[in-house]
Structures are given as structure tokens and as C-alpha cells.
Design a protein around this ligand. Structure first.
Ligand code: PLP
Length: 372
């Protein structure tokens, strides 16, 4: 059996008629920039994430960059974060002129370990950037308590956390602002790139809204900030606005398949399974296992026509642009080990039960046979 890692176009096929109609409507209207669907999508998203404000932007990376600028993060500031993430989380900190300070991750959730934050705080620390990974949220209670104690800004990298909540509060409502991503492989995918900012702070909202379009103020061609060109493409807004009607069903399937994996793989020797933390839901953006024989397991699964992927193969402090921040090899032992051991199995809205059972049988076969 061949099992694909993704099924991107299947989302379109689920809603083909409505998406086609919305796309043609946009093309016909000529309202290609900040049009009807841009506004509608922002309204839908503010409601969905239960935030006072939602601003659609061109990518998750732009969302992070814009919220950092709006919060005045820049040269001389330190931002505490983790090196086990997609590069955008740290790239945007560096772009502002601030210094990323990496702390190690929790060995079960792979997200920032709150117990390690306090030792990294210095007089220069301005913010903490936790990254919600793989479909559940970082430990926000502990992070917010530390931030309050030390008077720090919290910004959420919620790129993978659409529809996530913790103790009844939706992702994007803990910190001062949050950045979401609609890159094609995320739980809600644009046609190309897309992102979203959420905030409950009036001043941050006004600043982000201005920075999104060149720092323009209320009056056209008058500038309050140095900004960017970062509107969400109207076609993507239209497509995602329609896709939202199915997102809960799609996430339900991810969750269902995730739980079948958990049953099928329970107790398999040498495999660490994902755990959902108390108070969190899990949208299973990825289903990641750990294995000391990860590379062999990946090769074995590929030989069985099972698509799999590694998020993330190399921690950020090992990459040339981020190597000089004082974190040498061995400085983040859990991050480094998880990068060597982690493997993502197929999980997507159109994955079928028999596919999950087949993938699981392959993993069990590998575990019982051992490495040849
Ligand atoms: C996808 C992602 C981003 C960046 O989003 P883009 O829309 O691709 O710019 C940032 N952080 C994390 C953790 C991500 O997974």
C-alpha cells in the first residue's frame, strides 16, 4: 500500500464547487486587494480564535515580524525562545536586530521548558517567544507567570496552532500578539502563502495594521512606521474563507487517525509516542514519534511506500546564521537529541483508517525485526 504524507489538493476537491465560485467571483470583481474576502476572512478568524482583532497578512513569517516590530523589539533586546522549530521563529527575531536566546525544550512535548526560562533572563530580556508545535500549545500558564514576574512581553508563534486551546482559552490570546501561518501544509492552507496576526490590544492592532501596508496611517500616503507590503492575497482569502466550513471536520479526522496510531503503536519497543498535555486539545498538525534508530526507520518506511518527514532535522543553533549566539554543540542536549530521533508519520484530513493501520504495522515490523 502506498501512503502519502500529504493530500493537499483533496481539501479543494472536498469543496470544489464553492471554491470555484468564490475564486471566479473575485476574478470578476476586480477587487483584488483588501477586498471583500480579505475582510470576511479576518472576521471569521477573529471569531474562530476568539480574539478581539485578527489581521490577515502575507505569511506566518510576516505575522511574526510585524508583531515584533509593533512591540518595539529591536537592537539591544534579547528574546527567549527555542532552537527546535521552523527557522522563521528565530529568523524574525534576528531581522529586528534583537538577539535570540535559546533555552532547551521539554523532552515529551518538544516545546519550551518553562523551568529553563528564568536562568536565561538578563536585564536585556524583552520578550519570550514560545512556539506551539505539532498541534498543541506550550505551557502558557507557567510562561505567563514568569513574564508577569519579570515584566516581559510574550508573543506566540502559533503558526501550527490554529484551533488549539489550553484550559478553554484559544491560542493567540495569551501573549500580547500571535502569528499564525496558512502555508499550504498547515491545517488550514492558502493558495501559496498566508498568515494571520491576532491580538486583544488596541494599540498593537493599530500598529500592526499600519505596518502591514508600509506603515501607512489613517490617511493615505502618510506614514507612522517603517512597514512592509504584507496583505493576504485576495484569492487565498476567498479559498480559505470557504475552507473554514470544513476545517473542524478535517481536524476531527486528524485527531481520529492520531488516536488510532496511539492505540496501534502503544507499547512498541523503542518508539516514544506523542502525548497531549493536560488542559490542551490536539489538532495533530504532525504525528511525531521518537526512535533511536530514526534514520533506519525512515528508510524502512520509505521502502514500504510510506511517506514520512523530519521536523526538524537540525537545531537552529547548528546553522551558520544562528551559530554565533553562544550556543555551541551540546548546549541544548534535549533539542539536539530530539532532532536526531524525531520522525513524522503521515497525518492529514484525508488519511484513512486502513492506511494508519498499515503504517503502524510497518513500524511494528521494524521494531520487532530490529535493524538488519
Ligand atoms: C510554518 C511556520 C512558520 C512560518 O510560516 P510561513 O507562513 O511559512 O511564513 C513559523 N513558525 C512555525 C513554527 C511554522 O511551523
Amino acid at each position: 500500500m502506498k501512503v502519502n504524507f500529504y493530500a493537499i489538493a483533496a481539501q479543494y476537491h472536498d469543496l470544489k464547487e464553492q471554491i470555484d465560485a468564490a475564486v471566479l467571483e473575485v476574478l470578476d470583481s476586480g477587487a483584488y486587494s483588501l477586498g471583500k474576502y480579505h475582510n470576511l476572512f479576518e472576521k471569521q478568524m477573529a471569531e474562530r480564535q476568539q480574539s478581539k482583532y485578527a489581521l490577515a497578512v502575507n505569511s506566518g513569517t510576516d505575522a511574526l515580524r510585524i508583531i515584533m516590530d509593533a512591540c518595539g523589539i529591536g537592537k539591544g533586546d534579547e528574546v527567549i525562545t527555542t532552537a527546535f522549530t521552523f527557522v522563521a521563529s528565530t529568523e524574525t527575531i534576528v531581522q529586528t536586530g534583537a538577539t535570540p536566546v535559546f533555552v532547551d525544550i521539554d523532552p515529551i512535548t518538544f516545546m519550551i521548558d518553562p523551568a529553563k526560562i528564568e536562568a536565561a533572563i538578563t536585564p536585556k530580556t524583552k520578550a519570550i517567544l514560545p512556539i506551539h508545535l505539532f498541534g498543541q500549545m506550550a505551557n502558557m500558564k507557567a510562561i505567563m507567570d514568569l513574564a508577569a514576574k519579570h515584566n516581559l512581553i510574550v508573543l506566540e508563534d502559533a503558526a501550527q496552532a490554529l484551533d488549539c486551546h489550553q484550559n478553554g482559552v484559544m491560542a493567540g490570546n495569551f501573549g500580547k500578539a500571535a502569528g499564525f501561518s496558512f502555508y499550504v501544509t498547515k491545517n488550514l492552507g492558502a493558495i501559496g502563502d498566508g498568515g494571520l496576526i491576532t491580538t486583544n490590544d488596541d494599540a498593537i492592532f493599530e500598529a500592526c495594521k499600519s505596518i502591514r501596508v508600509h506603515g501607512m496611517g489613517r490617511e493615505r500616503y502618510y506614514y507612522d512606521h517603517v512597514g512592509y507590503t504584507s496583505r493576504l492575497n485576495e484569492l487565498s482569502a476567498a479559498v480559505m474563507s470557504v475552507k473554514l466550513s470544513k476545517l473542524s471536520d478535517w481536524n476531527d479526522n486528524r485527531e481520529k487517525m492520531g488516536h488510532i496510531y496511539l492505540e496501534e503503536l502503544a507499547g512498541v519497543k523503542g518508539i516514544q509516542l506523542p502525548e497531549t498535555q493536560e488542559g490542551n486539545n490536539n489538532t495533530f498538525h504532525q504525528f511525531c514519534v521518537l526512535s533511536e534508530e530514526r534514520d533506519e526507520l525512515q528508510k524502512f518506511l520509505q521502502s514500504k511506500e510510506v511517506g514520512c518527514a523530519i521536523y526538524y532535522p537540525v537545531p537552529l543553533h547548528f546553522h551558520q546564521p544562528y551559530a554565533h549566539y553562544g550556543h555551541g554543540e551540546g548546549s541544548l542536549p534535549i533539542t539536539e537529541r530530539v532532532c536526531r530521533q524525531i520522525l513524522s508519520l503521515p497525518i492529514h484530513p484525508h488519511l484513512k483508517e486502513e492506511e494508519v493501520r498499515y503504517v503502524s504495522a510497518c513500524v511494528r515490523e521494524f521494531a520487532t525485526a530490529g535493524v538488519s
